[in-house]
Design a protein around this ligand. Structure first.
Ligand code: CP
Ligand code: NVA
Length: 308
């Protein structure tokens, strides 16, 4: 059995079984809050934010509190990191005070640098490259709603961004079929594609990469999208609005999915851009359960990494 990694930077560092164990723990924690109420008693989590957040901030802070610990919200506007203190120094100092660090930042190498120099677990709360906690919450939601993951037909339409990367990796690790349609020049990183292809050889996932949303959504059990302009890309938003025409999830497009498809979105959403109000507010949408599961899965991740 592979030993658990120190950090949660990407699901790629974990075996499919380790990931499924965390997902099942998330479900148990959701239904039996009391049992785990003191399981991280006295533990401290530093939460570094170099970008905005609603869900990640509140779900981590609520989560560590529910496990008997405490979280410290550290905006880069307030800590010395924002004034240029090296990430390696921040890592070594925080390691002397707290038991875990969650970071939301820009370049993924910043998350890796933090983890390299920290002697305590580091959790990736979103980088430009990956958002693995969200992907874990999403697959917890799929398991709860559909009863299985292996063989599910997961379709992502939109930007080949951090969400597409994290979902594509996790789907291909867990044996879900994954189809993705992005506009030309907005496809996923080829390195992620290679990792997915490699994962699929073991897991049996079928992968489809296309620029045609109708092709990707055929028979989908899950239809997922994310914003067209991610944090840090604000200057490109007008161009992106044009380039993503035809990639909106609307009533017309979802006709090609299975009747009982789930609509998912990590949120925040831009109604009228990547999704219509009628779809996100419609009967197939599970976006609020998905957001709730951030709390449960991150408790499971913290419990798994920070108990020692
Ligand atoms: N989905 C997500 O990570 O939301 P926040 O940006 O609000 O944390
Ligand atoms: N792709 C989005 C996800 C937000 C949770 C972003 O990075 O802004």
């Amino acid at each position: 059995m592979k030993t658990l990694p120190k950090d949660f930077l990407t699901t790629q560092d974990f075996t499919p079984q380790q990931l499924l164990d965390i997902i099942h723990l998330g479900i148990r924690m959701k239904h039996n809050k009391k049992r785990y109420a003191n399981s991280l008693k006295g533990k401290k989590l530093a939460m570094i934010f170099e970008k905005s957040s609603t869900r990640t901030r509140v779900s981590f802070e609520a989560g560590i509190y529910e496990l008997g610990g405490i979280g410290f919200f550290l905006s880069s506007r307030d800590i010395q990191l924002g004034r240029g203190e090296p990430i390696a120094d921040t890592a070594r100092v925080l390691s002397r005070y707290v038991d875990g660090i969650m970071i939301r930042t820009f370049g993924h190498e910043r998350v890796e640098e933090l983890a390299k120099y920290a002697t305590i677990p580091v959790i990736n709360g979103l980088s430009d490259w990956l958002h693995p906690c969200q992907a874990m919450a999403d697959f917890q939601t799929i398991l709860e709603k559909k009863g299985y993951i292996r063989g599910i037909r997961f379709c992502y339409i939109g930007d080949g961004n951090n969400m597409a990367h994290a979902l594509g990796l996790l789907a291909s690790q867990l044996g879900a079929h994954f189809s993705i349609a992005s506009p030309k020049n907005y496809e996923i990183d080829p390195r992620i594609k290679d990792m997915m292809t490699h994962n699929a050889q073991t897991s049996g996932s079928e992968l489809l990469f296309t620029n045609n949303p109708k092709e990707a959504i055929q028979n989908a059990d899950v239809v997922y999208t994310d914003v067209w302009t991610s944090m840090g890309q604000e200057e490109e938003s007008q161009k992106r609005l044009k380039d993503f025409q035809g990639f909106q999830i609307n009533e017309e497009l979802v006709k090609y999915a299975k009747k009982d498809y789930l609509f998912m979105h990590c949120l925040p959403a831009h109604r009228g851009e990547e999704v219509t109000d009628s779809v996100i507010e419609g009967p197939n949408s599970v976006v609020w359960d998905e957001a709730e599961n951030r709390l449960h899965i991150q408790k499971a991740i913290m419990y798994t990494l920070m108990r020692a």
